[in-house]
Design a protein around this ligand. Structure first.
Ligand code: PRP
Length: 346
């Protein structure tokens, strides 16, 4: 799909209230040349400058990639974060046409606060007898196995000594770059869980796992390795022929580790399929007659070939990505930016 450049710029357009970051917002105005965009950007800048003058500059950041889950917002949306929690505790925005649906037209701005989270945090603080903990290093959850090897190669190339990670024994936590950051080795699915909950700030994981589980983390960069493809595969009679696979009157059964991906894919084909969740060696399912096809990743194609299966259709290309906890991109922006540019060179 050909995505226009301004849309591609949006997820990377976040920053704090520094003059430099605020000036970076003008790049979007320049790129689009749109008066409407200029008006919006100037409005955001004015709000930030005014709050800065009132002494709140240290707590502010903007994010043009923020998307509200509710579709009634008609203008700015905002969130509030606190140290120690990986998600927002306050969410709200401008909604000018919502009340109209209930009989009275009133422009409004509102927000909700998750009181339970704040109480939990206050309770934790009390348990620590008021002493604030020193900030821990940035934590990176790294997918064990193939991506681990490729990531270590990349880090070493970029001048980071990874000998502790190479001779790791049974250890799972590795301070690197003189303690500037820590790497923890986990399974792909768990990268998303640790980053989502904010106990790790960054994660390195395949875009296949993000597509399946990663709706609540930020994807910051494509590392360009760990390349493979998500495909629909099956017996030779369906080779390169998704129409025949999804056609006919019988409901097809798809075996997969990627149930959400498979369901979305089938929905895009307007096909009613049954999915069967299989944890590994999913190629066995059509061979044993449990399923008509599989949705799985293919790298060399050897596993399919050696088991008499063929690609029916490619769904999307896969590669390793850096993901971030949403709150960490606000609260630890400088450290994360530094690690992305010095350590990963992205
Ligand atoms: C993955 C995938 C395929 C295989 C594809 O499995 O699920 O089975 O690799 O690779 P290829 O195209 O190079 O043959 P993995 O090795 O991760 O093990 P699993 O089946 O236990 O998930």
């Amino acid at each position: 799909m050909n995505i226009p450049k301004p849309f591609k710029m949006l997820p990377k357009m976040f920053g704090n209230a520094s003059d430099e970051d605020l000036a970076s917002l003008d790049r979007l105005t320049d790129e689009t040349g749109s008066e409407k965009i200029k008006e919006i950007i100037d409005y955001v800048k004015t709000i930030i400058v005014k709050l800065k003058q009132k002494g709140y500059g240290e707590c502010l950041s903007f994010d043009l990639g923020l998307v509200g889950r509710l579709d009634y917002y008609t203008g700015i949306i905002f969130g509030g974060f606190v140290k120690g929690l990986g998600h927002s505790v306050l969410l709200g925005g401008r909604y000018d046409s919502l009340t109209e649906k209930f009989g009275r037209k009133l422009a409004a701005t509102g927000f909700g606060v998750t009181v339970d989270d704040i109480f939990d945090l206050l309770k934790d603080k009390k348990d620590e007898s008021g002493e604030s903990k020193p900030a821990r290093p940035v934590r990176i959850a790294l997918t064990k196995g193939r991506l681990e090897t490729k990531t270590v190669e990349m880090l070493e190339k970029n001048g980071i000594d990874c000998s502790s990670l190479i001779n790791k024994g049974r250890k799972l936590v590795f301070p690197l770059d003189n303690g500037r950051f820590e790497v923890m080795l986990v399974k792909s699915r768990d990268v998303i869980t640790y980053v989502e909950h904010g106990v790790c700030d960054l994660g390195i994981v395949g875009s296949d796992t993000i597509a399946e589980y990663g709706s609540s983390v930020y994807e910051l960069a494509d590392l360009g390795f760990g390349k493979c493809r998500m495909v629909l595969a099956g017996t030779v009679k369906y080779k390169n022929d998704p129409e025949t696979f999804f056609g006919g009157y019988s409901k097809k059964v798809i075996a997969t580790k990627f149930v959400n991906v498979a369901k979305r894919y089938a929905a895009s084909k307007k096909a009613d399929v049954e999915t069967v969740s299989i944890e590994g060696s999913v190629e066995l399912a059509p061979i044993l007659g449990l399923a008509d096809g599989i949705v799985d990743i293919v790298e060399t194609g050897d596993t399919l070939r050696e088991n008499g299966l063929e690609i029916i259709e490619e769904i999307f290309p896969v590669s390793a990505r850096i993901v971030a906890n949403i709150a960490a991109t606000k609260l630890r922006k400088k450290e994360i930016d530094g690690i992305l540019s010095d350590v990963f060179k992205v």
